[in-house]
Design a protein around this ligand. Structure first.
Ligand code: MSP
Length: 657
């Protein structure tokens, strides 16, 4: 469909997956990235359609169904439900799902190839070569890795020799050379384009499009002793998903797609075979409404590796998407996918890497910023964002930085550079945190003559966090909706357009209640750890000092080693009123610690106590006495002191966590 109507449409696809096994982090990756781009486009005002689906006419489906004791279609029916469930869990949506066993798809494939044949591009021959069933790919002998292994998955291939129909790919050499010229950016990133160009430059051989040794699949309309080779039927799922209907070509649809997403394993099919097929088909369509143009662009990403090997259904699926979502929610995984590696490159995945990203970027930087802002607003302004007459010169730096980073981020999103876009967005967040540290609103608030400065600072911060929520919404739709509500903003954050990101936060608005958005995750515990900095955040429980001056990174807290020690003996330090020196059993051969607690505790009362000590404090000399480590005690305003003591006896050396 041409014309204006199409201008605001954006149609993008994931590969349609082989559903012989459950979705894993590799397939989740492509689907999440596609969903982020779809949401981004919607927030730019596009009517964006995301299509995903399942490639069901493959040999490996038959094998997996056999193993499960089901017929292939029943088996697929069940597996499709798991895929929908996974996509729901990962906040994918809305999307349309195409199954290649659907009737509408079968009819389209048959109609399409009949035209290709009518145009003279299909002939019958004999195929002999090698076939990798897990990859559903044909290879020539010289393409194999040593010992007859598949060059892609390194598993054994088997020799096939059967009657087959061929597509005259060789006739499209010139067409493809033009399509793949660098300035057209048909494939991104450019190093993947170069790979495809190199393959075309080698000279194109005709390709096999049917199997006569299989029964499962879509029969050729002119010869039902053959079924279509699964790959050529699968590519047409994108046309099926667009809503194109050859029986009613006037019906609105989304073809041509703007973007096909995939990993580096399959651009050959998408960037070379598919455009040639579409071209061949269109040549025989007299009715121009039936013609189908090629997809506008291929976005090719790298692989996620687990250790050394690729995450896949059969290997390396060691971490399930569910396991990750249970730890860091869908937002945490989506953020990791988008931020960890630039699209196009390979990345290594591990639970540790996912949790670290979550804790540091989301928990420490973003979670803390929100928490500090809301807590202080509650405390100083009763939860209502103040009115401020106008922006102050002294806040210009943060305002300008927010505007600059915001525009950079949008430009990068436009080019699908998600990781860099997130970097720019997080630069705003870090700058806001720095701004709070430097301005110390809790100090400003005590100085009436600086009231304007005080309220102005809050307004600038609210403007920045509002912009951040909009920029991050495509990546973390659930968390940003919650953030939006905590900011006291109405409606759905995703209903805002990116142009809205430049607007100010409404003055005089009442904020919502602060709840930790990204509670810290401790992998060793597998439960949220108690000392999450972000969790210090219930408004009235937070003191000024906690909020800013004394805020430390969790990593800083982790540097402290607190262990239990038993006080074996204690005596005053000669010549010092306050100091007591203690010999302790610390489970590590003993130590001496000196503490200034003599006015409150008698040495004899200390003996036998089990106390926590900061064990890795640099040793010091107090009045000539070596002190290794420090006791913990609380002191109130009246000067009373209470020593922190373990409630129960516990082995000296035990860690306090
Ligand atoms: N059925 C074909 C695609 C036909 S599209 C017309 C197929 N299916 S697949 O289930 O094997 O999916 C391959 C795709 O899954 C990759 O191109 C990529 O999008 C995604 N990934 C599978 N494993 C992956 C990684 N380990 N890392 C990144 N992407 C991964 O091929």
């Amino acid at each position: 469909m041409g014309g204006d109507e199409n201008n605001r449409r954006f149609y993008l696809t994931t590969p349609i997956y082989y559903i012989n096994a459950l979705p894993h982090l590799g397939t989740a990756y492509t689907t999440v990235i596609a969903d982020i781009i779809a949401r981004f486009k919607r927030m730019q005002g596009y009517d964006a359609l995301l299509v995903t689906g399942s490639d069901e006419n493959s040999q490996k489906i038959v094998l997996a169904a056999e193993e499960a004791g089901r017929n292939p279609l029943k088996f697929c029916d069940e597996m499709v439900q798991h895929y929908h469930e996974a996509w729901r869990m990962l906040d994918i949506g809305p999307y349309k799902y195409v199954r290649t066993t659907e009737e509408r798809h079968r009819k389209l494939v048959q109609f399409f190839f009949q035209r290709v044949r009518d145009a003279g591009y299909i002939y019958k021959g004999e195929y002999s070569g090698y076939y990798c069933t897990p990859c559903e790919t044909f290879y020539t002998e010289k393409e194999l890795m040593g010992e007859g292994l598949c060059p892609k998955c390194e598993r054994p291939t088997h020799e096939v020799s059967e009657e087959a129909y061929f597509f005259k790919l060789s006739a499209f050499q010139d067409y493809l050379e033009k399509l793949l010229r660098p300035e057209a950016e048909f494939v991104v990133p450019d190093f993947r384009l170069n790979e495809m160009r190199a393959r075309v430059d080698e000279g194109l051989a005709d390709v096999c499009i049917s199997r006569s040794s299989l029964e499962w699949g879509i029969p050729l309309p002119w010869d039902d002793t053959h079924v279509f080779y699964v790959w050529v039927d699968a590519l047409l799922a994108y046309v099926t998903g667009s809503g194109f209907d050859f029986e009613q070509p006037e019906k609105p649809h989304y073809w041509p797609a703007q973007l096909n997403l995939m990993a580096k394993d399959i651009p050959w099919f998408h960037a070379i075979i598919f455009p040639a097929l579409l071209r061949a088909y269109s040549e025989s369509c007299k009715d121009s409404r039936l013609k189908l143009d090629h997809v506008e662009q291929m976005l090719v990403h790298g692989y996620w590796l687990y250790g050394e090997s690729k995450m896949s259904k059969s290997r390396g699926g060691a971490i399930s998407p569910r396991e990750v979502v249970e730890l860091v929610c869908s937002d945490g995984l989506r953020y990791f996918f988008a931020r960890e590696v630039p699209l196009g490159l390979d990345g290594t995945i591990s639970l540790e890497a996912i949790v670290n990203r979550y804790n540091y970027d989301l928990g420490n930087d973003l979670g803390n910023l929100l928490n500090r802002l809301l807590t202080m607003t509650e405390k100083y302004f009763g939860g209502v964002v103040p009115e401020t007459p106008e922006y102050r010169e002294s806040d210009a730096e943060l305002r300008e930085l927010t505007a600059k980073q915001r525009d950079e981020a949008l430009g990068l999103l436009e080019r699908y550079e998600l990781s860099r876009a997130l970097e720019e967005t997080f630069a705003i967040i870090r700058e806001c945190n720095r701004f709070i540290d430097q301005r110390k609103p809790w100090v400003l608030g005590k100085k009436p003559h600086r009231a304007e400065e005080f309220t102005g600072a809050f307004c600038v911060l609210f403007d920045a966090v509002r912009a951040v929520a909009i920029l991050l919404a495509p990546v973390m739709p659930s968390a940003m909706q919650k953030l939006w509500e905590q900011l006291g903003l109405e409606g759905r954050v995703e209903d805002a357009t990116f142009a809205d990101a430049a607007k100010p936060y409404p003055r005089g608005n009442r904020i919502g209640r602060a709840h930790p958005l990204f509670p810290r995750v401790d992998l060793n515990e597998q439960t949220p750890a108690p000392a999450a900095p972000e969790e210090s955040g219930e408004p009235d429980a937070v003191e000024e000092n906690d909020m800013a001056e004394n805020m430390i990174e969790f990593a800083d807290f982790q540097k402290m080693e607190i262990i239990v020690a038993k006080i074996l003996s204690a005596e005053p330090v000669a010549g010092a009123d306050k100091l007591i020196k203690m010999q302790m059993d610390d489970g590590r051969g003993g130590r001496q610690t000196v503490a200034g607690i003599a006015p409150w505790i008698k040495p004899e009362d200390l003996v036998g106590l089990y106390v926590p000590i900061v064990a890795n404090l640099k040793p010091a000399r107090l009045r000539g006495e070596l002190s290794e480590g420090m006791l913990l005690a609380a002191q109130d305003d009246a000067g009373n002191l209470s020593l922190v003591v373990m409630q129960e006896e516990i082995a000296p050396g035990s860690k306090v966590v």
